[in-house]
Design a protein around this ligand. Structure first.
Ligand code: AGP
Length: 333
């Protein structure tokens, strides 16, 4: 069997000397960047941060040798992302683009581009493009891990195997649509709700909340569940359902602990869960199970979050594809 080879097709020289990475993006693309940061740090062992483009524009540019920027933008036309990268481009920092649109302004600005190749996305709310961005950043992280020898062959093989399973895992998650619809209709009745997770699923929670508010117009927030005790606990009541993203392995016990704390404050507790479910008994008011895994896990969780928002919005008779006050691509200040 040939050894597995991860290739994004970019010139390896661009990242060969990178000692730090900074992912720059807005909205859903920022959430994809947060997930990408997780992969790049865990697998390629490169110090990485994800920043909101509009905020980067306000920061002073410091002398940071070895820093490479990665612009993440579905459209490649988001003004805040472009302006932030123009700002760093003037200082000579190398830039890699991750975008869905060939020939977009971002591709013209960047030194190298990886196309996510998920086809045009018509709906204003980003859905399949999030999945494409996260998958692309995972492959980039694995390519770098392979080049830098930060993961051994069996681990690379296992992760490659997981990636090959991705279409099946997404199909399986779509197969949970009915159960997710039941949960979504319960969530849609609340004026405020919270999505919660730890580790990579802090980003999953942020994204689920963004999707929910974008297309239902109900108020939803995403938090790292360990942050609850630092303030958001004060918001909990029987009227504020909390949806937890519960992983199968590392971090599960801590998430379960956070769920118990929320249930003790009389808020309804729901779970999108990977792995076993017996330990949820007595804690949750409802759960839906999705596939686990280092690569496919965050993608399955994210798709479940999208389906919750979709079914809640349909139930509320919202315009799912064209939510009010929003544009597909934000090309203005
Ligand atoms: C996501 O559902 C939104 N429509 C929005 O947050 C979007 O992700 C953001 O404007 C960034 O767009 P981009 O990926 O095209 O740069």
């Amino acid at each position: 069997v040939d050894p597995v080879q991860f290739e994004t097709g970019i010139d390896a020289a661009l990242l060969a000397g990178a000692t730090r990475l900074r992912l720059v993006a807005c909205g859903t693309s920022y959430h994809a960047a947060l997930m990408g940061r997780h992969f790049l740090e865990h697998w390629a062992r490169i110090p990485t941060e994800a920043v909101i483009a509009s905020e980067l524009r306000e920061r002073p540019l410091l002398d940071e040798p070895g820093l490479t920027y990665i612009g993440v933008s579905q459209s490649g036309e988001t003004l805040d992302t472009l302006e932030a990268l123009r700002h760093v481009h003037k200082q000579g920092f190398p830039i890699l683009a991750v975008t869905n649109v060939q020939g977009s302004s971002l591709t013209r600005l960047a030194d190298e581009t990886i196309l996510t190749r998920v086809g045009p996305e018509v709906g204003v709310a980003a859905t399949k493009t999030l999945l494409g961005q996260v998958t692309t950043l995972a492959i980039l992280a694995l390519e770098l891990a392979q080049a830098r020898k930060t993961l051994d062959e069996p681990t690379l093989e296992r992760l490659a195997h997981e990636l090959r399973r991705l279409p099946r895992v997404l199909e399986e998650t779509l197969g949970r649509e009915q159960e997710l619809g039941v949960m979504a209709r319960q969530l849609a009745q609340a004026e405020d709700l919270f999505f919660l997770g730890r580790g990579v699923h802090v980003a999953t929670a942020y994204e689920a909340a963004l999707k929910f508010k974008e297309i239902t117009y109900n108020h939803a927030e995403g938090f790292g569940s360990a942050e609850l005790k630092h303030g958001p606990f004060a918001l909990l009541s029987p009227e504020t359902p909390c949806v937890f993203f519960v992983p199968a392995g590392e971090g599960r016990q801590k998430v379960l602990g956070n769920m118990v704390e929320v249930a003790a404050r009389n808020a309804k507790v729901y779970a999108i869960v990977q792995g076993e479910t017996a330990d949820l008994e007595g804690i949750v008011d409802g759960y839906v199970k999705v596939a686990g895994g280092d690569v496919v896990g965050p993608l399955a969780m994210s798709l479940a979050g999208q389906l919750l928002a979709y079914h809640a919005a349909v139930g509320l008779d919202r315009s799912v594809d064209m939510p009010r006050n929003l544009a597909k691509s934000v090309t203005v200040e």
